[in-house]
Write a protein that binds this ligand. Structure first.
Ligand code: PLP
Length: 443
């Protein structure tokens, strides 16, 4: 009998015993291709020897030193590397231990920024519906997934939500992608006006929407307009790249493809690649300078900030990605994955959309392609697909509530950056079989 409160109490989980490359092996010797990197985490797959060596070496030197007493070489080196490749205007990194902590820190930094510059009346955040920013209270508050927020709503800070770009479901007939982007930007501006521009702290958005809506990308020009609107009203733009960042979409930062830079950016999953828990907020000079000229500190902190072992893991992960030119592979295999998904699911009766960028792609399941009607949520199609995939030795990341937090199902794929074409072929083949088996049971 387990003594753990697992994610689902009713479920029995296989015991992950070892991992190598794109594969996890369970205690009974069954292999699973990790086609989702867990939840878009394991960007180098499992047990990468260079990362393990760097971690062992760090462990032999120093495992832990509290950041109120010391900095460490490895933390400084990682910081220099992150800033060398950061979007323009970003000059400092603040470490945490994961995505939710990064979002919490970014929200507090944004608030403190306005206190420092003498605008304490700014108290409001705007975020997007169907977003996911984490499960701690601040991150959950800005998140836009109604199912996740519902029972905790009385505990959450007030946040205002506008539409997220969702081309498949949100763009009107006859509307060009550019017009759609402009409409969404105007919706944001209208919300800012409604709240009073001087009361708004920031707008937070996933550059590519991940967990809750399944790889939704922004229409051309949308983020440039968002950047311009935020600037005009003196509002901070916070981009959450916890899932879509650190190379997952084919560029180190997803915002590079949008031609903009944020004021604060959260990164996590692919930063440490699952070798150790680490996240970070990348901080624009204007925010850092306000702190430096003002109180001289960011009023925050956790025990494990800048953990040397986690920094060593992240530094090694990022060095391997660069050294082995893995972003080229993300682009090449991303194109291959898109092609294979189109071949397998392009004419599938119950796949309405295939979307995403790089090695960050999703299929959306529908009951009826012509109406885009979703399956009854009680059927729990996404859970059935997960089960069928696992039975076929495949880890994917299916999720329900794609459309509004309750309705809709999608399956997210986020294979490691080291994946090859033959493995992509196997992934798509097994996924196809799993989807068909789940549908056969469900309808
Ligand atoms: C965009 C985004 N932000 C934040 C988080 C929360 O990260 P964590 O689970 O590491 O707390 C996630 C996790 O999926 C995420 O996708």
């Amino acid at each position: 009998m387990t003594r753990l409160l697992h994610r689902s109490i009713a479920q029995t989980y296989p015991v992950a015993a070892s991992g190598r490359g794109v594969t996890i092996r369970d205690a009974e010797g069954r292999d699973y291709i990790d086609a989702s990197g867990g939840a878009a985490v394991s960007c180098l797959g499992h047990s990468h020897p260079d990362v393990l060596a760097a971690m062992h070496a760090q462990l032999d030197r120093l495992a832990y030193a509290h950041t109120s007493f010391f900095t460490t070489e490895v933390a400084e080196e990682l910081g220099a590397a992150l800033i060398a490749d950061a979007p323009p205007g970003i000059g400092h990194a603040y470490y945490v231990s994961g995505g939710s902590e990064a979002v919490e820190a970014a929200l507090k930094m944004a608030r403190q920024y306005f206190v420092e510059i003498g605008q304490p009346q700014r108290t409001q955040f705007i975020a997007r519906r169907q977003s996911y920013h984490g499960n701690t209270l601040g991150a959950l508050a800005v998140g836009g997934n109604e199912w996740r927020r519902k029972q905790f709503a009385p505990l959450l800070i007030e946040t205002h939500h506008v539409s997220a770009p969702f081309d498949y479901r949100g763009r009107l007939a006859g509307e060009s992608p550019e017009q759609y982007g402009e409409r969404l930007a105007l919706e944001l501006e209208a919300e800012i006006e409604r709240l009073g521009p001087g009361n708004v702290i920031g707008f937070i958005a996933e550059t590519v929407g991940g967990a809750t809506a399944g790889c939704i990308t922004a229409p051309p020009g949308y983020f440039r307009r968002v950047r311009e609107i935020c600037d005009r009203h003196g509002i901070l733009l916070i981009l959450d790249e916890v899932m879509c960042g650190m190379g997952r979409t084919g560029t180190l930062h997803a915002c590079e493809q949008e031609g903009i830079a944020p004021d604060l950016m959260t990164i996590a999953k692919g930063l440490g690649g699952g070798f150790a828990p680490i996240g970070a907020v990348l901080v624009a000079d204007k925010v850092f300078d306000a702190f430096a000229r003002g109180s001289g500190l960011f009023q925050h902190g956790h025990t494990y900030l800048g953990h040397p072992l986690a920094c060593a893991a992240a530094l090694a992960v990022q060095e391997v990605i660069k050294r082995d030119r893995l972003l080229d592979n993300v682009k090449a295999q991303g194109t291959h994955l898109a092609r294979r998904l189109a071949e397998r699911f392009g004419n599938h009766h119950h796949v309405g959309d295939i979307r995403g960028r790089g090695l960050f792609q999703a299929i959306e399941l529908v009951a009826d392609r012509s109406t885009k009607a979703t399956f009854d949520p009680n059927v729990r199609l996404n859970a059935r697909i997960r089960r069928e995939a696992m039975a076929r030795g495949l880890m994917v990341y299916p999720m329900g509530g794609t459309v509004d937090g309750v309705h809709g199902d999608h399956v997210l794929l986020a294979p490691p950056f080291i994946v090859d074409g033959a493995t992509i072929d196997t992934i798509v083949e097994r996924l196809g079989d799993a989807v068909d088996a789940a549908l056969a049971e469900a309808i």
